[in-house]
Ligand binder design. Sequence first.
Ligand code: GLP
Length: 261
Amino acid sequence: MEIITRADAESVGAYAASIIADVVTRADGRATLGLATGSSPLPTYAALAALVRAGDLDLARCQAFALDEYVGLPAGHPQSYREVIRRTVVEPLGMDPDLVHVPDGAAANPAAAAAAYDRTIAEAGGIDVQILGIGSNGHIAFNEPTSSMTSRTRVKTLTARTRRDNARYFDSPDDVPVHCITQGLGTIGESRRALLVATGANKATAVAAMIEGPLSAMCPASVLQLHPHATVVIDDEAAGQLAGIEHYRDIQLRRPEWQPR
Ligand code: GLP
C-alpha cells in the first residue's frame, strides 16, 4: 500500500486527480473509472473538472461504474447516488451519461440487479482505477464491518452509524434508506488500481485501522492491504493516528524517479 500525505483536502484532491488523469491518458482516453460518492472525493472531482475545462483532459470516452446505490429511493431523488453522480461527476467532468453506470436501487428485484451489475463490470473489462472514500467505521462503498472480504455486488443493510453519518444529506434521519446495493470487497479488489482519499480528523481512526491494523472484516477497508496496487492519499488530520507516519513520509521523499506512479 502506497501512502501519500498532503496538507489539506484540496491538495489531496489535486494529487488524486493527477493519478486519474495519468491512467486516462495512458489508456488513450478510454479508461474505465470506478466512482465513489460522499464528500471525500469532491476535491478530486473538482480538480479533474478544472483539467477538463482547461482542455488538458478529456473524459468523454471513459466508462464509469459507481460503487453503490441506496435501495428504495424513488427515481430522480436528489440523494440517490445516480443523481449525486450526475451532479458531481458526469456533468462537471464532461462524461457521457450513457457510459456511466450506477446500480439500480429502484429495481423490483434488487438482488438480481446487484448480480447483473457485477457481471456488467466484468464484461466491460474491469475497472482501471477505483476511487474510494472510507466511512468512519472503516467501510468502503457500503461494505459495513463484518462484510466478507470476497463479497460480490449485493444488497446490504446499513449500520445505524452509517445512516447517522449520511443523515446530513436528508431532511430527516428516518429518511435515510436502510438498504443499499454495493460492490463487494472482492469486486473492488479486482480493480487494477485502488485510490482511496480521506481527509479530516474524524477519519483518523479508520485510516489507521485500514493501514496498520490487522486484516479484519471489522475494518472492511483493510482489504486494501491485499490489493496489488492501492494508493491512499490523506491529509495531515486523517493521518493523525498513524504510528508509522515518519516512515511513510520518508518513503514519499525518497521515491525513486524511475518508479512508476
Ligand atoms: C458513504 C459512501 C462511501 C463513502 C463514505 C464516506 O456511505 N457509500 O462510498 O466513502 O460514505 O463518506 P464521506 O466521504 O462523505 O465521509
